[in-house]
Design a binder for this molecule. Structure first.
Ligand code: AHR
Length: 634
Protein backbone atom coordinates (compact mmCIF):
# COMPACT_ATOMS: atom_id res chain seq x y z
CA UNK A 1 0.00 0.00 0.00
CA UNK A 2 1.02 3.56 -0.62
CA UNK A 3 0.63 5.88 2.33
CA UNK A 4 0.06 9.63 2.06
CA UNK A 5 1.00 11.71 5.08
CA UNK A 6 -0.66 15.10 5.16
CA UNK A 7 0.18 15.97 8.76
CA UNK A 8 3.86 16.00 8.36
CA UNK A 9 4.00 18.73 5.67
CA UNK A 10 7.57 19.79 5.04
CA UNK A 11 7.75 23.15 3.39
CA UNK A 12 5.80 25.61 1.39
CA UNK A 13 5.85 25.07 -2.33
CA UNK A 14 7.16 28.17 -4.09
CA UNK A 15 4.37 29.71 -6.21
CA UNK A 16 6.97 30.04 -8.94
CA UNK A 17 7.72 26.31 -9.08
CA UNK A 18 6.37 25.56 -12.58
CA UNK A 19 6.97 28.19 -15.22
CA UNK A 20 7.81 28.91 -18.84
CA UNK A 21 10.94 29.41 -20.89
CA UNK A 22 10.51 31.67 -23.92
CA UNK A 23 13.08 32.08 -26.65
CA UNK A 24 12.75 33.24 -30.26
CA UNK A 25 13.83 29.89 -31.68
CA UNK A 26 11.77 27.85 -34.18
CA UNK A 27 10.07 31.12 -35.29
CA UNK A 28 8.58 31.53 -31.84
CA UNK A 29 8.86 35.33 -31.88
CA UNK A 30 8.91 36.95 -35.33
CA UNK A 31 6.64 34.74 -37.45
CA UNK A 32 5.17 33.19 -34.29
CA UNK A 33 3.70 34.73 -31.16
CA UNK A 34 4.42 38.26 -32.44
CA UNK A 35 1.41 38.68 -34.70
CA UNK A 36 3.07 40.82 -37.42
CA UNK A 37 2.22 39.29 -40.82
CA UNK A 38 4.78 41.17 -42.93
CA UNK A 39 8.32 39.91 -43.21
CA UNK A 40 11.01 42.63 -43.35
CA UNK A 41 8.41 45.35 -42.84
CA UNK A 42 10.96 48.17 -42.72
CA UNK A 43 13.34 46.97 -45.47
CA UNK A 44 16.07 46.69 -42.80
CA UNK A 45 17.16 43.11 -43.46
CA UNK A 46 20.71 42.97 -44.88
CA UNK A 47 19.01 42.14 -48.20
CA UNK A 48 16.38 44.89 -48.09
CA UNK A 49 14.17 43.06 -50.61
CA UNK A 50 14.05 39.83 -48.63
CA UNK A 51 10.39 38.91 -48.27
CA UNK A 52 9.42 41.33 -51.06
CA UNK A 53 9.05 40.54 -54.77
CA UNK A 54 8.32 42.65 -57.77
CA UNK A 55 5.08 41.55 -59.32
CA UNK A 56 5.39 40.97 -62.23
CA UNK A 57 9.15 40.42 -62.04
CA UNK A 58 11.30 42.70 -64.14
CA UNK A 59 14.85 43.18 -65.18
CA UNK A 60 17.21 44.63 -62.56
CA UNK A 61 17.66 47.86 -64.59
CA UNK A 62 13.93 48.43 -64.82
CA UNK A 63 13.60 47.65 -61.13
CA UNK A 64 16.24 50.15 -60.10
CA UNK A 65 14.64 52.88 -62.20
CA UNK A 66 11.66 52.66 -59.91
CA UNK A 67 12.89 51.27 -56.58
CA UNK A 68 15.87 52.51 -54.59
CA UNK A 69 16.74 51.41 -51.10
CA UNK A 70 18.15 54.36 -49.20
CA UNK A 71 20.40 53.63 -46.26
CA UNK A 72 20.56 56.60 -43.91
CA UNK A 73 22.49 54.95 -41.12
CA UNK A 74 23.97 58.28 -40.07
CA UNK A 75 20.47 59.69 -39.45
CA UNK A 76 18.81 56.68 -37.88
CA UNK A 77 21.28 54.04 -36.85
CA UNK A 78 18.64 51.71 -35.48
CA UNK A 79 16.31 51.66 -38.48
CA UNK A 80 18.35 53.00 -41.38
CA UNK A 81 16.75 51.73 -44.58
CA UNK A 82 13.70 52.76 -46.49
CA UNK A 83 12.35 52.28 -49.99
CA UNK A 84 12.07 55.14 -52.44
CA UNK A 85 9.59 54.64 -55.26
CA UNK A 86 9.74 56.84 -58.34
CA UNK A 87 7.15 56.32 -61.06
CA UNK A 88 7.33 58.54 -64.11
CA UNK A 89 5.03 56.64 -66.44
CA UNK A 90 1.79 55.11 -65.21
CA UNK A 91 2.01 51.35 -65.55
CA UNK A 92 1.14 48.22 -63.56
CA UNK A 93 3.78 47.90 -60.85
CA UNK A 94 3.34 45.95 -57.64
CA UNK A 95 5.39 44.68 -54.74
CA UNK A 96 4.31 41.52 -52.97
CA UNK A 97 5.21 40.51 -49.44
CA UNK A 98 5.31 36.77 -48.79
CA UNK A 99 4.84 36.97 -45.02
CA UNK A 100 6.22 34.18 -42.89
CA UNK A 101 5.78 31.12 -45.10
CA UNK A 102 2.78 32.85 -46.68
CA UNK A 103 0.25 35.24 -45.22
CA UNK A 104 -2.64 33.54 -43.46
CA UNK A 105 -5.91 35.41 -42.83
CA UNK A 106 -9.34 34.48 -41.52
CA UNK A 107 -12.58 35.20 -43.31
CA UNK A 108 -14.53 38.20 -42.05
CA UNK A 109 -11.75 39.65 -39.91
CA UNK A 110 -10.25 43.10 -39.86
CA UNK A 111 -6.50 43.39 -40.51
CA UNK A 112 -4.83 46.59 -39.45
CA UNK A 113 -2.46 47.98 -42.03
CA UNK A 114 0.12 50.60 -41.05
CA UNK A 115 2.20 52.48 -43.59
CA UNK A 116 4.93 54.97 -42.82
CA UNK A 117 5.50 57.23 -45.83
CA UNK A 118 7.02 60.50 -46.90
CA UNK A 119 5.71 62.00 -50.09
CA UNK A 120 8.26 63.72 -52.30
CA UNK A 121 6.09 64.34 -55.38
CA UNK A 122 2.43 63.59 -54.88
CA UNK A 123 0.45 61.39 -57.23
CA UNK A 124 1.10 57.78 -56.20
CA UNK A 125 -1.76 55.99 -54.48
CA UNK A 126 -1.06 52.77 -52.63
CA UNK A 127 -3.55 49.98 -53.16
CA UNK A 128 -3.05 47.03 -50.78
CA UNK A 129 -4.67 43.69 -51.53
CA UNK A 130 -4.65 40.38 -49.69
CA UNK A 131 -4.22 37.77 -52.40
CA UNK A 132 -4.88 34.04 -52.13
CA UNK A 133 -2.95 31.20 -53.78
CA UNK A 134 -5.13 31.55 -56.91
CA UNK A 135 -4.16 35.22 -57.14
CA UNK A 136 -7.62 36.40 -56.16
CA UNK A 137 -8.07 39.35 -53.85
CA UNK A 138 -9.99 38.66 -50.62
CA UNK A 139 -9.79 42.24 -49.32
CA UNK A 140 -8.20 45.54 -50.19
CA UNK A 141 -7.76 49.15 -49.20
CA UNK A 142 -6.30 52.16 -50.97
CA UNK A 143 -4.19 54.74 -49.21
CA UNK A 144 -4.06 58.15 -50.84
CA UNK A 145 -1.10 59.91 -49.25
CA UNK A 146 -2.07 63.47 -48.48
CA UNK A 147 0.85 65.04 -46.69
CA UNK A 148 3.56 66.67 -48.77
CA UNK A 149 5.51 68.41 -46.01
CA UNK A 150 8.58 66.20 -46.39
CA UNK A 151 8.02 64.63 -42.95
CA UNK A 152 7.41 60.95 -42.28
CA UNK A 153 3.71 60.21 -41.82
CA UNK A 154 2.02 57.18 -40.32
CA UNK A 155 -1.29 56.14 -41.81
CA UNK A 156 -3.52 53.24 -40.83
CA UNK A 157 -6.34 51.41 -42.57
CA UNK A 158 -8.33 48.23 -42.06
CA UNK A 159 -8.57 45.47 -44.64
CA UNK A 160 -11.62 43.29 -44.03
CA UNK A 161 -11.36 39.84 -45.55
CA UNK A 162 -14.18 38.14 -47.41
CA UNK A 163 -12.46 34.77 -47.38
CA UNK A 164 -9.84 32.74 -45.54
CA UNK A 165 -6.34 32.48 -46.99
CA UNK A 166 -3.95 29.77 -45.89
CA UNK A 167 -0.91 30.80 -47.88
CA UNK A 168 -1.31 34.18 -49.52
CA UNK A 169 0.52 37.45 -49.91
CA UNK A 170 0.05 41.17 -49.47
CA UNK A 171 0.19 42.97 -52.79
CA UNK A 172 1.03 46.64 -52.90
CA UNK A 173 -0.04 48.19 -56.23
CA UNK A 174 1.37 51.58 -57.09
CA UNK A 175 -1.21 53.68 -58.92
CA UNK A 176 -0.35 56.94 -60.68
CA UNK A 177 2.97 58.76 -60.95
CA UNK A 178 5.16 60.59 -58.45
CA UNK A 179 7.84 59.92 -55.85
CA UNK A 180 7.22 58.44 -52.41
CA UNK A 181 9.39 57.06 -49.61
CA UNK A 182 8.08 54.02 -47.76
CA UNK A 183 9.38 52.77 -44.48
CA UNK A 184 7.27 50.48 -42.30
CA UNK A 185 4.53 48.44 -43.98
CA UNK A 186 2.88 46.37 -41.33
CA UNK A 187 -0.21 44.18 -41.05
CA UNK A 188 -1.70 42.77 -37.87
CA UNK A 189 -4.86 40.78 -37.20
CA UNK A 190 -7.37 42.70 -35.07
CA UNK A 191 -7.88 39.77 -32.66
CA UNK A 192 -4.51 40.04 -30.90
CA UNK A 193 -4.10 39.09 -27.24
CA UNK A 194 -5.98 41.63 -25.06
CA UNK A 195 -6.74 43.44 -28.35
CA UNK A 196 -3.42 45.22 -28.10
CA UNK A 197 -2.49 46.98 -31.32
CA UNK A 198 0.59 45.44 -32.89
CA UNK A 199 0.45 42.75 -30.25
CA UNK A 200 0.69 39.01 -29.81
CA UNK A 201 -1.17 36.08 -31.34
CA UNK A 202 -4.20 35.40 -29.22
CA UNK A 203 -4.28 31.61 -29.60
CA UNK A 204 -0.61 31.18 -28.72
CA UNK A 205 -0.76 33.39 -25.63
CA UNK A 206 -3.87 31.45 -24.60
CA UNK A 207 -1.78 28.28 -24.76
CA UNK A 208 0.59 29.88 -22.25
CA UNK A 209 -2.14 31.32 -20.06
CA UNK A 210 -3.80 27.90 -19.74
CA UNK A 211 -0.69 26.50 -18.09
CA UNK A 212 -1.01 29.04 -15.25
CA UNK A 213 2.75 29.50 -15.15
CA UNK A 214 4.50 30.70 -12.01
CA UNK A 215 7.18 32.59 -13.95
CA UNK A 216 8.27 33.48 -17.47
CA UNK A 217 11.93 33.33 -18.36
CA UNK A 218 12.84 35.49 -21.36
CA UNK A 219 14.33 36.18 -23.90
CA UNK A 220 16.18 32.83 -23.99
CA UNK A 221 18.36 30.78 -24.31
CA UNK A 222 21.42 31.10 -26.51
CA UNK A 223 19.83 34.17 -28.07
CA UNK A 224 20.90 36.10 -24.97
CA UNK A 225 24.52 35.27 -25.65
CA UNK A 226 24.62 35.93 -29.40
CA UNK A 227 27.15 34.39 -31.74
CA UNK A 228 29.36 37.38 -30.99
CA UNK A 229 28.97 40.24 -28.50
CA UNK A 230 27.65 42.39 -31.38
CA UNK A 231 24.71 40.10 -31.97
CA UNK A 232 23.92 39.56 -28.32
CA UNK A 233 20.49 40.47 -27.07
CA UNK A 234 20.51 44.06 -25.77
CA UNK A 235 17.29 44.90 -23.98
CA UNK A 236 17.69 48.66 -24.42
CA UNK A 237 17.33 48.39 -28.19
CA UNK A 238 14.07 46.45 -27.82
CA UNK A 239 11.91 49.12 -26.16
CA UNK A 240 10.22 52.33 -27.27
CA UNK A 241 8.92 53.28 -30.71
CA UNK A 242 9.37 50.52 -33.28
CA UNK A 243 11.70 52.65 -35.38
CA UNK A 244 14.11 52.81 -32.46
CA UNK A 245 14.28 49.06 -32.03
CA UNK A 246 17.33 47.76 -33.77
CA UNK A 247 16.86 44.67 -35.92
CA UNK A 248 19.50 41.97 -35.57
CA UNK A 249 19.92 38.53 -37.05
CA UNK A 250 18.51 35.68 -35.06
CA UNK A 251 20.99 33.41 -33.27
CA UNK A 252 19.14 30.44 -34.75
CA UNK A 253 19.41 31.68 -38.35
CA UNK A 254 22.03 29.10 -39.20
CA UNK A 255 19.80 26.37 -37.95
CA UNK A 256 21.92 24.69 -35.26
CA UNK A 257 20.20 21.35 -35.07
CA UNK A 258 17.35 21.96 -37.53
CA UNK A 259 17.15 23.77 -40.83
CA UNK A 260 18.86 27.09 -41.55
CA UNK A 261 16.52 30.05 -41.97
CA UNK A 262 18.41 32.86 -43.75
CA UNK A 263 15.38 35.12 -43.31
CA UNK A 264 15.28 34.73 -39.51
CA UNK A 265 15.75 38.12 -37.81
CA UNK A 266 14.68 39.73 -34.57
CA UNK A 267 12.61 42.85 -35.22
CA UNK A 268 12.04 43.23 -31.46
CA UNK A 269 8.40 44.15 -31.96
CA UNK A 270 8.25 41.77 -29.04
CA UNK A 271 10.73 43.50 -26.75
CA UNK A 272 11.38 43.77 -23.05
CA UNK A 273 8.38 45.99 -22.32
CA UNK A 274 6.08 43.49 -24.03
CA UNK A 275 7.72 40.61 -22.14
CA UNK A 276 7.07 42.31 -18.81
CA UNK A 277 3.52 43.03 -19.92
CA UNK A 278 3.08 39.39 -20.89
CA UNK A 279 4.31 38.27 -17.47
CA UNK A 280 1.71 40.51 -15.90
CA UNK A 281 -1.03 39.10 -18.15
CA UNK A 282 -0.02 35.55 -17.29
CA UNK A 283 0.31 36.44 -13.58
CA UNK A 284 3.81 35.00 -13.85
CA UNK A 285 6.92 36.34 -12.13
CA UNK A 286 9.27 38.01 -14.62
CA UNK A 287 12.64 36.36 -15.05
CA UNK A 288 14.83 38.19 -17.59
CA UNK A 289 18.22 36.75 -18.49
CA UNK A 290 21.03 39.08 -19.58
CA UNK A 291 24.28 38.62 -21.43
CA UNK A 292 27.23 38.24 -19.05
CA UNK A 293 30.05 39.37 -21.37
CA UNK A 294 30.54 35.98 -23.01
CA UNK A 295 29.11 35.12 -26.41
CA UNK A 296 27.76 31.65 -27.08
CA UNK A 297 30.45 29.21 -26.01
CA UNK A 298 29.25 26.70 -28.61
CA UNK A 299 30.04 29.29 -31.30
CA UNK A 300 32.84 31.87 -31.44
CA UNK A 301 32.99 32.05 -27.62
CA UNK A 302 34.17 35.64 -27.67
CA UNK A 303 35.01 37.09 -24.28
CA UNK A 304 34.46 40.75 -23.43
CA UNK A 305 37.57 42.08 -21.63
CA UNK A 306 37.05 42.67 -17.93
CA UNK A 307 37.82 46.38 -18.29
CA UNK A 308 35.03 46.71 -20.87
CA UNK A 309 32.39 45.04 -18.74
CA UNK A 310 30.99 48.19 -17.14
CA UNK A 311 28.35 48.79 -19.82
CA UNK A 312 27.12 45.21 -19.43
CA UNK A 313 26.78 45.64 -15.69
CA UNK A 314 25.14 49.03 -16.19
CA UNK A 315 22.59 47.42 -18.52
CA UNK A 316 21.63 45.10 -15.68
CA UNK A 317 21.30 47.95 -13.16
CA UNK A 318 19.28 49.98 -15.66
CA UNK A 319 17.02 47.03 -16.35
CA UNK A 320 16.16 46.75 -12.68
CA UNK A 321 15.41 50.47 -12.61
CA UNK A 322 13.35 50.13 -15.79
CA UNK A 323 11.30 47.31 -14.25
CA UNK A 324 10.98 48.56 -10.69
CA UNK A 325 12.14 52.15 -10.37
CA UNK A 326 9.57 54.81 -9.60
CA UNK A 327 8.72 57.49 -12.10
CA UNK A 328 11.32 59.87 -10.67
CA UNK A 329 14.13 57.58 -11.81
CA UNK A 330 15.49 57.86 -15.35
CA UNK A 331 14.50 54.35 -16.44
CA UNK A 332 11.32 54.23 -14.35
CA UNK A 333 10.26 57.35 -16.17
CA UNK A 334 10.82 55.64 -19.53
CA UNK A 335 8.66 52.71 -18.41
CA UNK A 336 5.93 55.12 -17.33
CA UNK A 337 6.12 56.88 -20.68
CA UNK A 338 5.52 53.54 -22.37
CA UNK A 339 2.27 53.23 -20.42
CA UNK A 340 3.20 51.47 -17.17
CA UNK A 341 3.87 53.85 -14.28
CA UNK A 342 3.52 51.00 -11.77
CA UNK A 343 6.52 48.84 -11.05
CA UNK A 344 6.75 45.46 -12.78
CA UNK A 345 7.93 44.13 -9.45
CA UNK A 346 10.82 42.12 -10.82
CA UNK A 347 12.58 40.07 -8.18
CA UNK A 348 14.92 37.84 -10.15
CA UNK A 349 17.52 38.31 -12.83
CA UNK A 350 19.61 35.77 -14.72
CA UNK A 351 23.25 36.56 -15.46
CA UNK A 352 24.30 34.66 -18.56
CA UNK A 353 22.63 31.69 -20.13
CA UNK A 354 24.66 28.51 -20.64
CA UNK A 355 28.00 30.05 -19.75
CA UNK A 356 30.74 28.39 -17.85
CA UNK A 357 34.36 28.46 -16.76
CA UNK A 358 36.45 30.87 -14.70
CA UNK A 359 35.67 33.62 -17.27
CA UNK A 360 32.04 33.34 -16.28
CA UNK A 361 32.75 33.33 -12.56
CA UNK A 362 34.85 36.52 -12.66
CA UNK A 363 32.24 38.36 -14.73
CA UNK A 364 29.46 37.13 -12.48
CA UNK A 365 31.33 38.63 -9.51
CA UNK A 366 31.14 42.06 -11.17
CA UNK A 367 27.39 41.83 -11.68
CA UNK A 368 26.83 40.44 -8.21
CA UNK A 369 28.78 43.14 -6.48
CA UNK A 370 27.04 45.97 -8.34
CA UNK A 371 23.51 44.55 -8.21
CA UNK A 372 23.55 43.37 -4.61
CA UNK A 373 24.94 46.71 -3.46
CA UNK A 374 22.15 48.67 -5.08
CA UNK A 375 19.34 46.08 -5.03
CA UNK A 376 20.06 43.60 -2.22
CA UNK A 377 16.64 41.97 -2.67
CA UNK A 378 17.35 40.91 -6.27
CA UNK A 379 17.77 37.14 -6.59
CA UNK A 380 20.44 36.31 -9.12
CA UNK A 381 20.28 33.22 -11.30
CA UNK A 382 23.73 31.87 -12.13
CA UNK A 383 24.63 29.66 -15.08
CA UNK A 384 26.38 26.30 -15.07
CA UNK A 385 26.63 25.58 -18.78
CA UNK A 386 24.86 22.83 -20.63
CA UNK A 387 24.43 19.37 -19.17
CA UNK A 388 26.13 17.00 -19.64
CA UNK A 389 28.83 19.63 -19.37
CA UNK A 390 32.27 18.40 -18.29
CA UNK A 391 32.56 21.67 -16.37
CA UNK A 392 29.35 21.15 -14.40
CA UNK A 393 31.05 20.04 -11.21
CA UNK A 394 33.60 22.84 -11.38
CA UNK A 395 30.78 25.33 -11.93
CA UNK A 396 28.54 23.89 -9.26
CA UNK A 397 31.23 23.97 -6.61
CA UNK A 398 32.47 27.44 -7.65
CA UNK A 399 28.94 28.83 -7.41
CA UNK A 400 28.32 27.11 -4.10
CA UNK A 401 31.55 28.57 -2.75
CA UNK A 402 30.29 32.00 -3.76
CA UNK A 403 27.01 31.12 -2.04
CA UNK A 404 25.00 32.45 -4.96
CA UNK A 405 21.22 32.68 -4.72
CA UNK A 406 20.10 30.33 -7.46
CA UNK A 407 21.92 27.89 -9.77
CA UNK A 408 20.54 27.30 -13.27
CA UNK A 409 20.73 23.66 -14.44
CA UNK A 410 19.76 22.48 -17.94
CA UNK A 411 18.94 18.91 -18.95
CA UNK A 412 18.19 17.64 -22.44
CA UNK A 413 18.30 13.94 -21.78
CA UNK A 414 16.84 10.55 -22.64
CA UNK A 415 13.72 9.08 -21.02
CA UNK A 416 15.93 6.65 -19.17
CA UNK A 417 17.96 9.51 -17.71
CA UNK A 418 14.85 11.32 -16.48
CA UNK A 419 13.44 8.15 -14.93
CA UNK A 420 16.72 7.21 -13.26
CA UNK A 421 17.30 10.75 -11.97
CA UNK A 422 13.94 11.38 -10.35
CA UNK A 423 15.59 11.03 -6.95
CA UNK A 424 18.57 13.18 -7.89
CA UNK A 425 17.56 16.14 -5.74
CA UNK A 426 16.70 14.05 -2.67
CA UNK A 427 20.40 14.20 -1.89
CA UNK A 428 21.16 17.84 -2.67
CA UNK A 429 22.60 20.14 -0.03
CA UNK A 430 19.62 21.80 1.67
CA UNK A 431 21.67 24.73 2.97
CA UNK A 432 23.25 25.89 -0.27
CA UNK A 433 21.85 27.84 -3.20
CA UNK A 434 18.40 27.11 -4.57
CA UNK A 435 18.09 25.34 -7.90
CA UNK A 436 16.44 26.64 -11.05
CA UNK A 437 15.82 23.92 -13.61
CA UNK A 438 16.04 26.49 -16.33
CA UNK A 439 15.63 24.15 -19.28
CA UNK A 440 14.75 20.50 -19.58
CA UNK A 441 13.10 18.17 -22.05
CA UNK A 442 13.16 14.47 -22.76
CA UNK A 443 14.45 13.48 -26.18
CA UNK A 444 13.13 10.39 -27.93
CA UNK A 445 16.30 10.47 -30.04
CA UNK A 446 18.98 13.06 -30.91
CA UNK A 447 18.09 16.68 -30.01
CA UNK A 448 17.08 18.64 -33.07
CA UNK A 449 16.58 15.68 -35.40
CA UNK A 450 13.21 15.32 -37.15
CA UNK A 451 12.86 11.89 -35.54
CA UNK A 452 13.02 13.44 -32.08
CA UNK A 453 9.34 13.42 -31.20
CA UNK A 454 7.10 14.73 -28.45
CA UNK A 455 5.80 11.30 -27.51
CA UNK A 456 3.63 10.43 -24.54
CA UNK A 457 6.43 8.25 -23.21
CA UNK A 458 8.82 11.23 -23.17
CA UNK A 459 6.19 13.29 -21.40
CA UNK A 460 5.79 10.54 -18.80
CA UNK A 461 9.55 10.41 -18.22
CA UNK A 462 9.42 14.18 -17.60
CA UNK A 463 6.44 13.67 -15.26
CA UNK A 464 8.35 11.02 -13.31
CA UNK A 465 11.28 13.42 -12.95
CA UNK A 466 8.91 16.22 -11.96
CA UNK A 467 7.57 14.16 -9.03
CA UNK A 468 11.18 14.33 -7.79
CA UNK A 469 11.23 18.08 -8.36
CA UNK A 470 8.02 18.48 -6.42
CA UNK A 471 9.35 16.33 -3.59
CA UNK A 472 12.34 18.68 -3.45
CA UNK A 473 10.50 21.96 -3.83
CA UNK A 474 12.27 23.15 -0.69
CA UNK A 475 15.44 23.58 -2.77
CA UNK A 476 14.11 23.75 -6.33
CA UNK A 477 12.46 27.11 -6.70
CA UNK A 478 11.60 27.03 -10.41
CA UNK A 479 11.53 24.68 -13.37
CA UNK A 480 10.75 25.16 -17.07
CA UNK A 481 10.47 22.87 -20.07
CA UNK A 482 12.37 24.14 -23.12
CA UNK A 483 11.93 25.22 -25.82
CA UNK A 484 8.37 26.44 -25.60
CA UNK A 485 7.21 26.95 -29.20
CA UNK A 486 8.01 25.66 -32.68
CA UNK A 487 6.57 26.42 -36.10
CA UNK A 488 5.76 23.10 -37.79
CA UNK A 489 7.54 24.19 -40.98
CA UNK A 490 10.38 26.35 -39.63
CA UNK A 491 11.86 24.71 -36.58
CA UNK A 492 15.54 24.32 -35.64
CA UNK A 493 15.13 22.28 -32.50
CA UNK A 494 13.16 19.30 -31.30
CA UNK A 495 11.32 18.52 -29.06
CA UNK A 496 9.17 21.55 -28.17
CA UNK A 497 6.21 22.10 -25.88
CA UNK A 498 3.74 23.70 -28.31
CA UNK A 499 3.74 23.41 -32.10
CA UNK A 500 1.95 25.85 -34.35
CA UNK A 501 1.41 26.95 -37.91
CA UNK A 502 0.23 30.34 -39.14
CA UNK A 503 -3.30 29.90 -37.82
CA UNK A 504 -3.45 27.25 -35.15
CA UNK A 505 -1.44 25.24 -32.64
CA UNK A 506 -1.43 21.94 -30.82
CA UNK A 507 -0.36 21.04 -27.31
CA UNK A 508 2.00 18.10 -26.86
CA UNK A 509 1.65 15.44 -24.14
CA UNK A 510 4.53 17.26 -22.41
CA UNK A 511 2.35 20.40 -22.40
CA UNK A 512 -0.38 18.54 -20.53
CA UNK A 513 2.17 17.22 -18.04
CA UNK A 514 3.37 20.78 -17.39
CA UNK A 515 -0.20 22.00 -17.09
CA UNK A 516 -1.24 19.22 -14.70
CA UNK A 517 1.71 19.90 -12.43
CA UNK A 518 1.27 23.65 -12.57
CA UNK A 519 -2.46 23.64 -11.95
CA UNK A 520 -2.06 21.14 -9.13
CA UNK A 521 1.09 22.46 -7.52
CA UNK A 522 -0.49 22.82 -4.09
CA UNK A 523 0.93 24.99 -1.36
CA UNK A 524 2.86 22.51 0.84
CA UNK A 525 4.81 19.36 0.33
CA UNK A 526 3.20 16.25 1.79
CA UNK A 527 4.61 12.78 1.34
CA UNK A 528 3.63 9.55 -0.35
CA UNK A 529 5.65 6.48 0.53
CA UNK A 530 5.69 2.72 0.25
CA UNK A 531 7.03 1.02 3.36
CA UNK A 532 8.53 4.35 4.36
CA UNK A 533 10.39 4.83 1.06
CA UNK A 534 9.80 7.47 -1.60
CA UNK A 535 8.14 6.07 -4.68
CA UNK A 536 10.62 6.64 -7.48
CA UNK A 537 10.65 3.70 -9.81
CA UNK A 538 9.75 0.72 -7.69
CA UNK A 539 7.31 -1.40 -9.74
CA UNK A 540 7.80 1.33 -12.40
CA UNK A 541 5.73 3.91 -10.53
CA UNK A 542 6.85 7.43 -9.62
CA UNK A 543 4.74 9.47 -7.19
CA UNK A 544 4.50 12.68 -5.17
CA UNK A 545 1.91 14.36 -2.96
CA UNK A 546 1.08 17.91 -1.93
CA UNK A 547 -1.69 19.69 -0.12
CA UNK A 548 -3.37 22.90 -1.09
CA UNK A 549 -4.15 25.01 1.97
CA UNK A 550 -6.44 27.28 -0.02
CA UNK A 551 -8.74 24.59 -1.38
CA UNK A 552 -8.17 22.03 1.36
CA UNK A 553 -7.21 19.44 -1.22
CA UNK A 554 -4.76 16.58 -1.03
CA UNK A 555 -3.23 16.11 -4.47
CA UNK A 556 -1.44 12.91 -5.44
CA UNK A 557 0.47 12.46 -8.67
CA UNK A 558 1.29 8.99 -10.01
CA UNK A 559 3.22 8.18 -13.14
CA UNK A 560 3.21 4.77 -14.81
CA UNK A 561 5.46 4.99 -17.89
CA UNK A 562 5.53 1.21 -18.27
CA UNK A 563 3.60 -0.85 -20.81
CA UNK A 564 1.68 -2.65 -18.03
CA UNK A 565 -1.31 -1.42 -16.02
CA UNK A 566 -0.83 -1.40 -12.23
CA UNK A 567 -3.36 -1.64 -9.42
CA UNK A 568 -2.44 0.29 -6.25
CA UNK A 569 -4.07 1.09 -2.94
CA UNK A 570 -3.44 4.55 -1.53
CA UNK A 571 -4.18 5.17 2.10
CA UNK A 572 -4.57 8.65 3.53
CA UNK A 573 -4.89 7.91 7.26
CA UNK A 574 -5.56 11.51 8.30
CA UNK A 575 -8.53 11.87 5.95
CA UNK A 576 -11.99 12.44 7.46
CA UNK A 577 -13.94 9.17 7.33
CA UNK A 578 -16.88 10.76 5.54
CA UNK A 579 -14.90 11.26 2.32
CA UNK A 580 -16.32 8.97 -0.31
CA UNK A 581 -15.01 10.22 -3.65
CA UNK A 582 -11.98 11.84 -5.21
CA UNK A 583 -11.44 13.15 -8.72
CA UNK A 584 -8.86 11.57 -10.94
CA UNK A 585 -7.44 13.14 -14.10
CA UNK A 586 -5.53 10.81 -16.38
CA UNK A 587 -3.26 11.50 -19.34
CA UNK A 588 -2.78 8.21 -21.17
CA UNK A 589 -2.74 6.24 -24.41
CA UNK A 590 -2.42 2.60 -25.40
CA UNK A 591 0.90 3.30 -27.03
CA UNK A 592 3.82 5.17 -25.46
CA UNK A 593 4.60 6.61 -28.89
CA UNK A 594 1.23 8.36 -29.07
CA UNK A 595 1.48 12.04 -29.99
CA UNK A 596 -0.66 15.02 -30.87
CA UNK A 597 -0.45 16.86 -34.18
CA UNK A 598 -2.11 19.72 -36.03
CA UNK A 599 -4.46 17.16 -37.60
CA UNK A 600 -5.09 15.33 -34.32
CA UNK A 601 -4.53 17.87 -31.57
CA UNK A 602 -6.63 15.98 -29.03
CA UNK A 603 -5.18 12.51 -29.47
CA UNK A 604 -3.57 12.54 -26.01
CA UNK A 605 -5.38 14.80 -23.55
CA UNK A 606 -6.19 14.55 -19.85
CA UNK A 607 -9.63 13.15 -18.95
CA UNK A 608 -11.25 13.53 -15.51
CA UNK A 609 -13.64 11.27 -13.61
CA UNK A 610 -14.46 10.38 -10.00
CA UNK A 611 -13.11 7.48 -8.00
CA UNK A 612 -14.44 6.03 -4.72
CA UNK A 613 -12.68 6.33 -1.37
CA UNK A 614 -13.38 3.49 1.02
CA UNK A 615 -12.24 3.73 4.58
CA UNK A 616 -9.67 6.42 3.77
CA UNK A 617 -8.24 4.27 1.01
CA UNK A 618 -8.37 4.63 -2.76
CA UNK A 619 -7.98 1.60 -5.00
CA UNK A 620 -6.65 2.98 -8.22
CA UNK A 621 -5.89 1.40 -11.56
CA UNK A 622 -2.88 3.12 -13.12
CA UNK A 623 -3.18 2.36 -16.83
CA UNK A 624 -0.08 1.57 -18.86
CA UNK A 625 1.59 4.74 -20.22
CA UNK A 626 -0.28 7.06 -17.88
CA UNK A 627 0.02 10.06 -15.59
CA UNK A 628 -2.75 10.35 -12.98
CA UNK A 629 -3.57 13.24 -10.68
CA UNK A 630 -5.89 12.41 -7.80
CA UNK A 631 -7.52 15.20 -5.83
CA UNK A 632 -9.27 14.69 -2.52
CA UNK A 633 -10.98 17.42 -0.56
CA UNK A 634 -9.84 16.74 2.98
O1 AHR B 1 16.26 25.52 -25.72
C1 AHR B 1 17.11 25.59 -26.80
C2 AHR B 1 18.53 25.94 -26.41
O2 AHR B 1 19.05 24.95 -25.60
C3 AHR B 1 18.68 27.18 -25.59
O3 AHR B 1 18.77 28.31 -26.36
C4 AHR B 1 19.98 26.96 -24.88
O4 AHR B 1 20.03 27.62 -23.66
C5 AHR B 1 20.08 25.46 -24.80
O5 AHR B 1 21.29 25.03 -25.29
Amino acid sequence: NYKVDINNVKENIPPTLWGLFFEDINRSGDGGIYAELIKNRSFDFPDPYMGWKLDPPRHMYAKHEIFQVINQSAVNENNPKYLQVTINNPEKISLANEGFGGITVKKGMGYELTVVYRQKTSGINLKFELINAENKSVGSTTIKPSSTDNEWQTVKAIITTKDTIIKGKLLLNFEGTGKIDLDRISLFPSDTWMNRKGGLRNDLVQDLYDIHPGFLRFPGGCIVEGKTPNTRYQWKTTIGPLEQRKLISNQWQEGAAGKPLPDYFQSFGLGFYEYFQLCEDLKAAALPILNCGLSCQFDAAEVVPMDEMSSYVQDALDLIEFANGDVTTAWGKKRAALGHPESFNMKMLGIGNENWGPQYIERLELFREAIKTKYPYMQLICATGYSPNPQFHFMDSALRKMNVDIIDEHYYQTANWFLMNASKYDHYDRKGPKIFLGEYACMSTRIGSPENKNTLFCALAEAAFMTGVERNADIICMAAYAPLFAHVKDWQWTPNLIWFDNSTSFRTPSYYVQQLFSMNKGTSMASITENGNVIAGSDSIWASAVIDKHTGEVIIKLVNPSGKGKAKKIEVPQLGNSKSTATITVLKADDGNAMNSLGQPLNVVPVSSTIPINNRTISVALPKYSFSVIKIRS
